[in-house]
Write a protein that binds this ligand. Sequence first.
Ligand code: ADP
Length: 485
Amino acid sequence: MVRLWEKLKRGKFYKSFRSLRIRVFCLIILTGIIPCIVLHFGILERYLNNAVAVRTSEVQTQVRIIADHLITYNYLLDSSSDIVNAELSQLSNLYDGRVLIIDSNMKIIKDTYAVSEGKTIISEDIIKCFKGGGASNHLQETRYIEIIVPIEEKIDDKARIVGVMLTSVSTDSILSSYEYIKNRALLLEILAMVVIFGIAFFMSRKMLKPFEKITDAINEVKNGFTDEEISVTDYKETEQIGDAFNQMLGRMKVLDDSRQEFVSNVSHELKTPLASMKVLADSLITQEDVPAELYREFMTDIAEEIDRENKIITDLLSLVKMTRTSADMNVETMDINSILELMLKRLGPIATKANVKLIFESRRPVNAEVDEVKLTLALSNLVENAIKYNIEGGWVKVVLDADHQYFFVDVSDSGIGIPQEAIVHIYERFYRVDKSHSKEIGGTGLGLAITRNAVLMHRGSITVQSEEGKGTTFKVKIPLTYISQ
Ligand code: ADP
C-alpha cells in the first residue's frame, strides 16, 4: 500500500495534480457532476419505483374489489356472471393486462386472454397465496407487474381462501414516460457537463491568473529588469504575497546598501594607513642625504601605520567571524569568573599605562554555556574602550552577577562619556564619536560592532548608559544555557 502510494507520488498523474490549476479544475468539475449524479439516480430512479408502486396499489385495490364480487356472484362455481366478466375485461383493457382466476384445485377457471382456461397452474407464489399471503412483483425485463390476490370467502367471520386472482398489468406506459424523461435528462446532463467543463476550464485559468502575474513580477525582479515593488491586488492572498515580497526586497536593498557602504568604508579605512606610509616613504626617497634621526622617525611612523593596518584587518576578520551563523559557535560550560579574571589580568598593563584603575567585583560564582573566545573578545573590547576613553587617574569597574536564567556583566568607567546623539550609532561599523581622538588612541570603529554581534550570537543583549564628562556603563545580559535556535 505504502509502495503503491510512493509510486503514485512519483507518477505523472500526481505531479500534474500538484498544480493548483488542475485541482481547481477538478473541484469545479466535481461540484458540477455531483448534482447531476444525485439528480439522475436520486430522482429519476425514484420516479420509476414510485410510478410502479402507485400502479400496483391501484390495480391491487381494483382486483380486491373484483375478488369480493367473485364471492358475491359465486363465480368460482359458475363463471357466467356478466357483471364480473365485464369488470374483468374492463380491468384487463384499462391496464393492458391479463387476469387469471384460479380455484382451490389450481385450475384456471377464467383467463381474460381465453387461452389457458381449464388448465392447471402451479407456482410458488400461488401456493404461498393460498397459504395466506398476497404478492406483487415488478418484472422490468418483461415490462409487467404481476399481482396475486387471494379470493376469500367469509363464513361466520372466518375467512377461507377459496381461490387466487393472478393479474399481470403492463408497465409500458410508465416505462416509456420514464425512458422519455431519462433521455431528456441525459441530454441535459451532457449539456450541463459541457457547460461545467467550459466553466471549469475558464475559471481555473482565470482564478490562477493573479498567481501567474505575481510569479512574472517576481521573475522580473529576480532577473534584474526592475527593482520596483510588485503589486497584484486581485486577491487578498496575492496582495499578501506581494507585500511580503516587497518587504523582503526592502530588506535586501538595505542589506545591499549596507554591504556597499561597508565595502567602501573598509577600502577607505585600509587606504588611509597606506596613504600615510606612501607619503612618508616618498618623502624619504625624494630627499637626498636624509639625516639618520629623520629616517628613524619616518620609519617609526611607517611601522605605526603598519600596526594600524594590521589592527584593522584583525578586527575585520573578527567581525566577519561574528556575523556568521550560530553553527560557528563553540559552546562549552565555562566558569565566567575565571574568564573575566584572566581577561582583566591581560588588560592590566594597558590600564596601568593609561593610569586607570581596574576593579573587578564578582557577586556570585557563575557557570554558563558560552563560546569562550567570542565572549572574551566581546567583553575585552568593552573594557579596552573603558580604559581608552577614560581620564588620567580614572577607574574601570567590571561587575559580574547572575539570576537563575541569565548572567550580567556591567562595565562602568569614569571616562569622557558618549554624547546622547551618538549613542544610537556606536554599534555601527567604523563609527567613531571623535574620529581623530579615536584614531590617536588606536581605535578602528569596529570594536562595539564585534561586541554586539558576539553578544547576539549568545542570544544575549547589550545596553548602554552614558553621560558626557561623567562616564559610561555597558550592561551585557547572556542566558546561562545556550539556546541554539
Ligand atoms: P573604536 O575602535 O574607535 O573604539 P568602537 O566600536 O569600540 O570603536 O567604539 C565606537 C565609538 O564609541 C568609539 O570611537 C568611541 O567614540 C565610543 N565609545 C565606545 N566606548 C566608549 C566608552 N567607554 N566611553 C566613551 N566613548 C566610548
